[in-house]
Design a protein around this ligand. Structure first.
Ligand code: GLU
Ligand code: ZN
Length: 491
């Protein structure tokens, strides 16, 4: 059932490289919006000048585009609630903070950090709740003037109601929080800078967000936001409290919460290793959601068609790199050959590849690509699989050499060379027969006989189907490489 009134937002802070937890949040919001034919708002929460950077803002945009997310309102495209960068909305927050102060929903708090610490410690020692104690809640004008005269600065604190907050989380069900666990909190710094606690719900209100879907780490801010929302409604700034849904934690190694700083969490890592965006998104969708009991691999369109926030599971999800790779491999196989061939080219032409740009041979690449497509799980693996085609001579992997060149490799290679000279080089079966009969002459099965040939030609014991590889490499280069290996064995 589509519901075009649905408005969701993805509102990251540009503080460093995007991480997979953030991508999952974007994905669930985006899929929820697309499924419902609603609106996906992209907002940049860059009010923390000390931590935000232009570079990470650009990275966010670039990542969103690479992942294939389109937004209906947001940076670069604008929309009815522009601007969508909070750093350009400071007047709005100032105005709302003033209204909250004037209405008595918030108050100036003159406590210093030392005083707050001291009283917090004392409360702890006495076994009382250690949140803000309400010291400045009801200061008289004289008391305020006296503090000002002392030269104290003040923050703005929001006045929490004295009753419990109850709401129905879309993922976790009904949640009730007692007032002693959510005390009055700061919304504007002493220097006048508005805090996340203010700007986030204010923008959700002004942008008419209907569903707030975000990580579980933000669950504790929800009772505060609901209280602030109620004040905003009374002030005529907000219309309706949105529904909240908190996505489960993602656990990494050792069953610890995957942290932003964990290298496995960095989106760039997946891009650099050659994940396809659709493969990565398919995997990330499984962190807290499932497509069906017996299907893990699906297209993004199919995910969108099925996605409902009500199906998200509250239990922590485990991040499993092996599974991510295997799903990505399935998506690589779902590409048509042409798309696969093109997707690999940046890796094959990368400056760090071991061969010179002029040694890249497009025809050879196109010939071998279908064999590679069935075998790799990430695109960056392609170079190690096909480098033998472009390198002037193979780079020998020492363990491979030691493993394959056992027994009488020179005798075997000499016979194999003789048989290969007479083989039909347009037919991999004929090349296979050549190596098979050479092996028989030395009492070796095909597997044992082809190992030294493979290492002589490609440098490694494992790789793409050997006889197709030889055909594509060509007779002359294959024989030269066998000769070089024989010389190396003789030395
Ligand atoms: N800017 C906040 C963050 O990146 C957004 C949190 C929210 O979704 O409310 O954590
Ligand atoms: Zn105070």
């Amino acid at each position: 059932m589509a519901n075009a009134n649905i408005r969701v937002r993805f509102c990251p802070s540009p503080t460093g490289n995007p991480h997979v937890g953030l991508v999952r949040t974007a994905l669930f919001n985006w899929a929820f919006a697309r499924h419902n034919e609603g609106t996906f708002v992209f907002r940049i929460e860059d009010t923390d000048a000390a931590r935000d950077s232009e570079e990470s803002y650009q990275q966010l945009l670039d990542s969103m585009r690479w992942l294939g997310f389109t937004w209906d309102e947001g940076p670069e495209i604008g929309g009815p609630h522009a601007p969508y960068r909070q750093s350009q909305r400071m007047d709005i927050y100032k105005d709302v903070a003033d209204k909250l102060l004037a209405g008595g929903y918030a108050y100036p708090c003159y406590c210093t950090a030392e005083e707050l610490d001291e009283r917090r410690e004392a409360a702890r020692a006495a076994g009382r709740a250690s949140g803000y104690d309400g010291h400045c809640r009801d200061l008289t004008d004289e008391q305020k003037q006296a503090y000002e005269a002392e030269g104290r600065s003040h923050i703005v604190r929001f006045r929490m109601p004295d009753e419990a907050t109850t709401f129905t989380d879309l993922v976790r069900g009904e949640i009730t929080v007692q007032p002693e666990n959510v005390t009055d909190y700061g919304i504007v710094r002493a220097n006048g800078a508005p805090l996340y606690t203010l700007v986030n719900p204010v923008d959700d209100a002004l942008m008419e967000i209907t569903h707030v879907l975000r990580g579980e780490d933000l669950l504790s801010s929800t009772p505060r936001q609901i209280a602030l929302y109620k004040a905003l409604i009374e002030l005529g700034v907000a219309k309706e409290i949105p529904q909240f849904g908190h996505l489960p934690y993602v656990m990494g190694e050792g069953n610890k919460k995957l942290s932003k700083r964990d290298p496995q969490a960095s989106l760039n890592l997946y891009r650099e290793r050659g994940f396809l965006p659709e493969g990565l998104l398919n995997y990330l969708s499984l962190l807290g959601w499932s497509f069906s009991a017996d299907q893990d691999v699906f297209s993004i369109e199919d995910m969108v068609a099925k996605f409902d926030i009500a199906d998200v599971n509250a239990n922590p999800a485990r991040f499993d790199l092996k599974k991510a790779e295997s799903i990505n491999g399935d998506h690589i196989r779902m590409l048509d050959v042409k798309a696969f061939t093109e997707a690999c080219e940046p890796w094959l032409r990368a400056p760090h590849a071991d061969w010179a740009p002029e040694d890249f041979d497009r025809a050879a690449w196109e010939a071998i690509a279908p064999h590679a497509q069935t075998r790799i799980t990430v695109l960056s693996d392609i170079t190690a699989n096909v480098d033998f085609l472009f390198l002037p001579e193979p780079v020998f992997d020492q363990p491979s050499w030691d493993k394959a060149m056992k027994g009488e490799p020179a005798a075997l290679l000499t016979t194999a060379r003789e048989k290969l000279v007479d083989a039909d080089w347009s037919d991999p079966e004929s090349l296979k027969n050549a190596v098979l009969t050479a092996g028989e002459a030395h009492g070796l099965k095909l597997g044992k006989a082809q190992a030294p040939v493979r290492v002589a030609v490609t440098g490694r014991t494992v790789g793409l189907p050997l006889f197709e590889s030889l055909e594509i490499l060509g007779k002359e280069r294959t024989l030269t490489r066998i000769d070089a290996a024989l010389a190396k064995l003789a030395a």
